[in-house]
Design a binder for this molecule. Structure first.
Ligand SMILES: [Zn+2]
Length: 424
């Protein structure tokens, strides 16, 4: 139904419910759980239908771009899904064919909304000064948004999504750890090894009562040992790619591009990568769990791990690489994931300090800044202080972090006091 057809009363109702949801979400935190469609209990017809969904999703997204390009006057924001039940698509040979969309309306509407949102996000990024391109035509679409209310859970192994009633899935046991939860929106995802449903679950926020003497820890991200804590614990954050993957990649080079065997191998390689990525996520979760279980607050430095990866490319320019030539080593590490996870825990269990803090140079005993070469493994200061290089850095991260955090806490308490005084 178009918005103009709603009466004033109905609009008010929508506004009220949106407001109520927004208020409820403030006391909730969101977790995403991943469900995998059980391939042994799903018929061939259902799989064909799912595949068709993703094919049509691609048609719709490309049609939207083509529609706005065809006539310059066409504003993509005026594209309504109801007017485009039939779309034209370009075939492999370059002909244009008209196709009617049989995709569930829920998906169709959400896809159109998603593309509009993508354009708005690009615009926002451009306004911020980032370098942006424009939306490109896609060769495949692997993710369809599902709006709130689209996913229903029937029992402990079945869910319903638009167009598919009663899908048997793996992974619903993840819900059992929450006492109270609310299902929000989600995503229907196609991966190399099957179909997945990602569900956002809203759970009640835990009240973080502040303990008197809580345990603190500082982390230093290094190349050799990857993560060193201020207590001297070392974690190796590497997942090696399997022999099978190397073998498959060699095979792929021998096959003719575009042949049947080529695509078969490509699919196998994607599955292997999927497996590798899952392994990394698993290790990350274990590491973070270990830290959050034993410590109340984790300090870490905002180091740009993606920059480390980039250094590899200077090989092209022929410039002599500096000491940070560890491209390959970083590729197999899950350091970036650990950092991302720590960032998501900020304000609660972790605290970030600036990447410009002189954690390696600073001497905690006298406050001097001493230069230390990359090959030196121990830190020496003229005042007599010396320590293992990495642990020294981690201890400084902890020191800087706790000072900075104390300042921040003080500031917020002053602010809240001031605002309370203003109100009174
Ligand atoms: Zn010193």
């Amino acid at each position: 139904m178009a918005r103009s057809q709603l009466t004033e009363e109905e609009r008010q109702k929508i506004r009220d419910s949106l407001k109520a949801t927004r208020e409820r979400r403030q006391n909730q935190s969101i977790k995403v759980i991943e469900l995998k469609v059980n391939c042994h209990h799903t018929s061939k017809e259902t799989f064909a239908k799912m595949n068709n969904c993703f094919r049509q999703a691609k048609w719709i997204e490309n049609d939207m771009l083509a529609w706005s390009e065809k006539c310059d006057g066409n504003n993509i924001f005026k594209y309504e899904y109801l007017d485009h039940k039939k779309i034209t698509r370009k075939t492999f040979e370059g002909n244009f064919v008209e196709e009617s969309i049989s995709l569930p309306v829920y998906f169709h509407r959400a896809l159109v909304k998603q593309v509009k949102q993508d354009i708005m996000n690009l615009h926002k990024a451009k306004m911020k000064g980032n370098k942006t391109g424009r939306l490109q035509f896609k060769s495949e679409v692997n993710c369809i948004p599902v709006i709130t209310g689209g996913i229903r859970i029937i029992d402990n192994s079945h869910v319903t999504i638009p167009g598919f009633s009663r899908l048997k899935v793996y992974g619903l046991d993840q819900l059992s750890e929450f006492k109270e939860y609310e299902i929000a929106d989600g995503r229907f995802v196609k991966k190399a090894d099957g179909y997945y449903i990602k569900v956002s679950v809203c759970i009640k926020k835990e009240s973080n009562s502040r303990k008197k003497n809580y345990k603190e820890i500082g982390l230093d991200f290094g190349i050799k040992d990857n993560i060193i804590t201020s207590d001297g614990e070392k974690f190796n954050c590497n997942v090696q790619e399997s022999e099978q993957l190397k073998f498959l990649q060699k095979q792929l080079h021998r096959k003719q591009k575009g042949s049947k065997h080529y695509y078969k191998l490509l699919k196998q390689i994607r599955c292997e990568y999927e497996h590798l990525s899952n392994k990394k996520t698993d290790e990350t979760n274990k590491l973070i769990h270990h830290l959050t279980k034993n410590y109340d607050i984790i300090y870490f430095q905002d180091e740009s791990i993606s920059e480390w990866k980039k250094k590899k490319h200077s090989r092209k320019t022929g410039k002599k690489l500096n000491c940070f030539s560890f491209g390959r080593q970083i590729q197999s590490s899950y350091l970036g994931r650990v950092k991302a996870k720590l960032v998501s825990l900020e304000n609660d269990k972790s605290f970030k300090i600036s990447k410009w803090s002189p954690t390696t140079k600073f001497c905690p005993q006298c406050g001097c800044l001493n230069k230390i070469g990359l090959n030196e493994r121990t830190y020496h200061c003229d005042c007599g202080y010396s320590y293992d290089r990495d642990i020294h850095a981690a201890r400084n991260v902890k020191l800087f972090g706790s000072t900075k955090r104390a300042e921040c806490l003080e500031q917020t308490s002053v602010d809240s006091y001031a605002s309370a005084a203003l109100k009174a």
